[in-house]
Design a protein around this ligand. Structure first.
Ligand SMILES: Nc1nc2c(ncn2[C@@H]2O[C@H](COP(=O)(O)OP(=O)(O)OP(=O)(O)O)[C@@H](O)[C@H]2O)c(=O)[nH]1
Length: 699
């Protein structure tokens, strides 16, 4: 509808036209009102305007124009509206209070109706800008949020259009690529050139990039390395909007930390933390791989398993921390013995396995000897000086087994055989009887432990007789083990097993305390009868041995002179300085010290002179041939003479014949023991032999 025409119509037929004008104004969508040109009062107002401004029609109709909107611009407009030359139109934006609270953003237009037939009136119309502004604000918020999202991701993001023109990137992207400040606002070419230059392998980087470009809309993932060493994963996704591709989002993720963590986890899972060498798992895998290779080439490999001897004692005496240091040192010594390509792994607490390539029996033996030599050399750690020994088991492929697991097991069995053999050596794995032998020893060792726990051992005492007076002047305590099913088990069978397993220490303790108790009970009953006790090397080496002896004597109130400790020569030779110290401590207690089985070991005048000894025991092997065997006779004569010269008592063992006794007496030997006088007897039977006159007549 033509408003101008309508208003013009009103001029010619005033009341009707005014009515039509009103109807027209009221029918408009836009908030509108009509102001009389002369009176400047409101002629008509539509519902839209009333609703927007929150006014009632009566408050507005016939009221001055300022009554509807009293903003300064309106006031100013109306104030000068009727003056000649005044503006006939006003277009402005303004803020007015919203009826229910808040603010309305309005665009206001005042227009004077002019022209032929036009009534003298102003048409005022408003446009509510609030929804538009809201939309704008929402868009700004959204953009800010998107920007924040772009910035708050840990990935570097680059957004390009389909032609590769850069539209945005985040700070993380700039950091990751170490983009200089100047480039951040630089052109695309410069940024791309910088990225290419930062890649560790620009050629490969370009090729990857070309592949992405060729894929156009296909998502792509790849990895590359930067010159800084960092590894980056790149994911390229197409950006879509309303079904159309807009561009691409390139996200770059720094994988370096994750890869390093993965690497650390892998290392922890396969490496021994103490020594840094492969752990059991990795070692087994390496052996398995080596086996596949040698099987193909019909080659050979050797697997050596080393276990430190009595490592528990090292821990106990030096502490766990030093134990760790020792293990690390042992491991590094082993490494010096291996060729490139051979592998050492820590497969247990104090166990190391060595994989030796291209090794048959001879090469394996050389390796074992080399390793034993290296690990047995003296150690000095944190001021502590000591030596240790190791036992090695060797299993060869293909002889011993054909899987990694079995090869390790065989090497372990061989190592145990080396331990059972007295340690400080190596053994090859052999099948069959050797396994049986090891099993037998293990069973015996187990049975011994049970017998000791049940207090099933007994002590017997063999009298020692003075050769000049014929009187019993001492006894030797000897252990006895009677098994309910197997009968008597000889100490010659079980003592070596106990020595090999270390259980001899417990057995030795038991013998010592039992013997002291017995001697003390005789002493208390008025019978001062000395008792000799065998002391094994291992028992003697216990740091607190002398203290234990002293404690036992005190506990049972036994005069020390009534206890004699029989030591083997090997004790004195093994670690002379320490042995001397310990022997002096024992001698200071007042106990008697004898060398057992004299002449069988390392007999040396030097140590006889050096150590505080009281007696020598001639081994039964030299007594057996007396008096007829000239060499035995010569040896025994020499021993007795030497003992005389050093002021030592001499005791002959294993005397079974009168002729032997006579020969020994003739040499000036002091005492003897043997079947000639009596075998080892239990405590009661012993006294029946010593004092037959006091024995009760047999019932
Ligand atoms: N310091 C230290 N000790 C360990 C570690 N792992 C195991 N052990 C100890 O190593 C000793 C190993 O003992 P075994 O090999 O059974 O016995 P051993 O005392 O060496 O005696 P034999 O092997 O029979 O000669 C045990 O006492 C363990 O507690 C470790 O990582 N550090």
């Amino acid at each position: 509808m033509n408003l101008r025409a309508l208003v013009g119509h009103r001029e010619s037929a005033a009341p009707a036209v005014a009515g039509e004008c009103r109807a027209l104004v009221e029918g408009l969508w836009e908030p509108t009102w009509l102001v009389d040109g002369r009176s400047l009062r409101v002629l008509a107002v539509n519902d839209a305007a009333l609703a927007l401004l929150g006014r009632h029609r009566d408050e507005v109709l016939e009221q001055p124009a300022e009554a509807v909107l009293d903003t300064p611009e309106d006031m100013a407009f109306w104030a000068v509206a009727q003056q000649p030359g005044a503006d006939t139109a006003l277009l402005s934006r303004t803020l007015v209070p919203r009826p229910g609270g808040g603010t309305l953003h309005l665009e206001r237009r005042i227009h004077r109706l002019q022209g032929p037939g036009a009534p003298d009136a102003y048409l005022v119309s408003l446009r509510d800008l609030t929804p538009e502004r809201q939309a704008l604000e929402e868009r700004d918020t959204l953009i800010a949020e998107l920007r924040a999202t772009l910035e708050s991701t840990a990935d570097g993001l680059l957004v390009t259009d389909l032609q590769g023109r850069i539209r945005a990137f985040n700070r993380r992207f700039a950091q990751m690529w170490q983009l200089p400040e100047a480039l951040a606002t630089g052109d695309d070419e410069a940024i791309y050139a910088w990225m290419l230059d930062a890649a560790a392998e620009p050629e490969a980087y370009l090729r990857q990039l070309e592949a992405v470009e060729r894929g156009v809309l296909v998502p792509a993932t790849d990895r590359f390395k930067l010159r800084s060493g960092r590894v980056v994963e790149r994911v390229v996704l197409t950006q879509w909007s309303r079904g159309r591709p807009l561009g691409r989002v390139w996200s770059f993720r720094d994988l370096s930390e994750r890869l390093a963590a993965d690497q650390r986890i892998e290392t922890l899972a396969t490496t021994d933390p103490l020594t840094g060498v492969p752990n059991r798992r990795q070692l087994t895998e390496r052996v398995a791989t080596a086996l596949i290779e040698v099987q193909r080439q019909r080659g050979r490999i050797a697997l050596l398993l080393l276990d430190v001897d009595r490592f528990k004692q090292i821990n106990d005496s030096l502490g766990q921390g030093m134990g760790d240091r020792v293990l690390a040192e042992v491991c590094s010594r082993i490494r010096t013995c291996l060729r490139d390509g051979d592998v050492v792994g820590r497969v247990g607490g104090d166990q190391f396995a060595m994989l030796i390539h291209h090794a048959g029996a001879e090469a394996a033996e050389h390796a074992a000897r080399r390793i034993l030599r290296a690990t047995e050399a003296p150690y000095e750690i944190e001021g502590a000086q000591f030596t240790l020994t190791c036992s090695i088991g060797v299993a060869l492929f293909p002889e011993a087994a054909d899987t990694a697991h079995d090869l390790l097991r065989r090497a372990e069995t061989a190592m145990q055989a080396a331990k059972a053999d007295g340690r400080a050596g190596f053994r090859f794995h052999r099948t069959g009887s050797q396994d049986d032998e090891v099993r037998k020893r293990v069973r015996l060792d187990h049975a011994m432990r049970q017998v000791l726990a049940r207090d099933g051992f007994r002590l017997h005492y063999q009298p020692q007789v003075d050769l000049s007076t014929g009187r019993v002047v001492g006894t030797e305590a000897l252990i006895r083990w009677r098994d309910p099913t197997h009968g008597d088990i000889s100490p010659a069978d079980f003592i070596p097993v106990a020595e090999a397993s270390g259980f001899i220490v417990q057995i030795g303790d038991w013998v010592l305390s039992q013997a002291v108790r017995q001697a003390a009970s005789w002493y208390a009953a008025g019978r001062a009868m000395p008792v000799s006790v065998n002391v094994s090397a291992l028992q003697f080496q216990q740091a607190d041995f002398a203290t234990r002896v002293s404690r036992l004597l005190a506990e049972h109130r036994l005069p020390p002179a009534l206890l004699e400790l029989e030591l083997t020569e090997s004790i004195l030779v093994r670690d002379a300085a320490e042995a001397l110290e310990r022997l002096e401590a024992l001698a200071a207690l007042g106990v008697q010290l004898a060398i057992d089985d004299f002449g069988t070991g390392y007999s040396s005048l030097a140590y006889l002179k050096r150590f505080p000894l009281d007696a020598l025991k001639i081994d039964r092997r030299f007594v057996r041939g007396l008096p007829g065997d000239e060499s035995d006779a010569a040896i025994v004569r020499a021993i007795v003479q030497m003992a005389h010269a050093l002021g030592l008592r001499v005791v002959a063992e294993g005397v079974e014949l009168e002729a032997q006794r006579g020969f020994l007496a003739g040499l000036g030997c002091h005492t003897y023991q043997g079947f000639l006088f009596a075998p080892a007897l239990d405590a009661q039977a012993l006294w029946e032999v010593i004092e037959p006159e006091k024995a009760l007549p047999a019932a």
